[in-house]
Design a protein around this ligand. Structure first.
Ligand SMILES: CC(C)(COP(=O)(O)OP(=O)(O)OC[C@H]1O[C@@H](n2cnc3c(N)ncnc32)[C@H](O)[C@@H]1OP(=O)(O)O)[C@@H](O)C(=O)NCCC(=O)NCCS
Length: 260
């Protein structure tokens, strides 16, 4: 049990280090990252909630919210290595389910849309979203209702998601629409934005043109050097054999081909 506890803590610290370019050490994360504190306090609150002490559990989660700005209802199920970057303003509802290796940025809401929660039936109904493994949710996004964001999907900043999001897709806008995803591979993409070399056809064409310009510049420089050599050896005139155009016995070099 204790071994498991410390293993989870180590895994949390490593996940936060790996996913935040600003994290410099495990000690820094443990002391200063609100996500780390909120997740540990949730691990305390949830068994209390499941044991039938919802008020005590809520007191723990409200204390956690007070010190971190992250509100995780003790009823929410959270997988391994959750990372909430910055934290402030995040709300995770009672029946939300979060898989492993999920990343949320600040101001994210995993909320309910039940218009009324007066009946006991509605209280026990799943009202909040499920985020499958590896999901990344941008800052300010709201994911509302009993919907599923599929494995590896990314949700854009400030999106309002009210329908299921397929695996490995990207959802943006209000209400959220699915857009063509860039290839992320299996690597974690900070801020949900892949940084690998992408097959952008316009960029490729520009790269090709730049390479051609560079080759032409080299050829021009070589030709200028050769002409300089002729100018030095022939007092500024090209021998007829060396002159490819002009047709006379000797061709005056244009001034620009001279040394000065
Ligand atoms: C959604 C996201 C993950 C997509 O990144 P991407 O794969 O690089 O996608 P692109 O930038 O190519 O955008 C694809 C399309 O979605 C649109 N789009 C991207 N992000 C959007 C957003 N947040 N809201 C609305 N539209 C968005 C783009 O305009 C583009 O539309 P188009 O195809 O009509 O031109 C990323 O834009 C994002 O919002 N990440 C969250 C960043 C964040 O919260 N940072 C906080 C750091 S503290």
């Amino acid at each position: 049990m204790a071994v498991m506890f410390f293993k989870n803590i180590a895994a949390d610290l490593d996940a936060m280090m790996a996913r935040d370019p600003a994290a410099k050490s495990r000690l820094m994360v443990a002391l200063t990252y609100p996500c780390f504190h909120a997740v540990q306090l949730h691990r305390l609150a949830r068994p209390v909630y499941l044991a039938g002490f919802p008020t005590l559990a809520r007191m723990i989660s409200q204390f956690s919210r007070f010190i971190t700005g992250i509100e995780i209802h003790p009823g929410a199920q959270i997988g391994q290595r959750l990372f909430i970057d910055h934290g402030m303003g995040v709300v995770i509802g009672e029946t939300a389910v979060i898989g492993d290796d999920v990343t949320l940025y600040h101001d994210v809401t995993l909320g309910g849309i039940a218009p009324s929660i007066n009946s006991a039936a509605q209280v026990n109904t799943k009202r909040h979203p499920t985020l499958e493994d590896g999901v990344i949710v941008g800052a300010g996004a709201q994911i509302l209702g009993d919907i599923t964001v599929g494995k590896g999907a990314r949700v854009g900043g400030n999106a309002v998601v009210i329908k299921n999001v397929p695996e490995n897709s990207v959802a943006v806008g209000v209400p959220a629409r699915i857009v063509m995803p860039k290839e992320c591979g299996n690597e974690f993409a900070a801020y949900g934005i892949p940084t690998q070399d992408l097959p952008d056809p316009v960029a490729r064409a520009i790269e090709g043109l730049l390479e051609q310009i560079s080759r032409l510049q080299t050829r021009i420089a070589n030709l200028e050097n050769e002409l300089d050599g002729f100018a030095a050896g022939t007092n500024g005139t090209l021998p007829a054999a060396a002159a490819e155009s002009g047709g006379g016995d000797g061709v005056e070099l244009p001034r620009r081909f001279g040394r000065n």
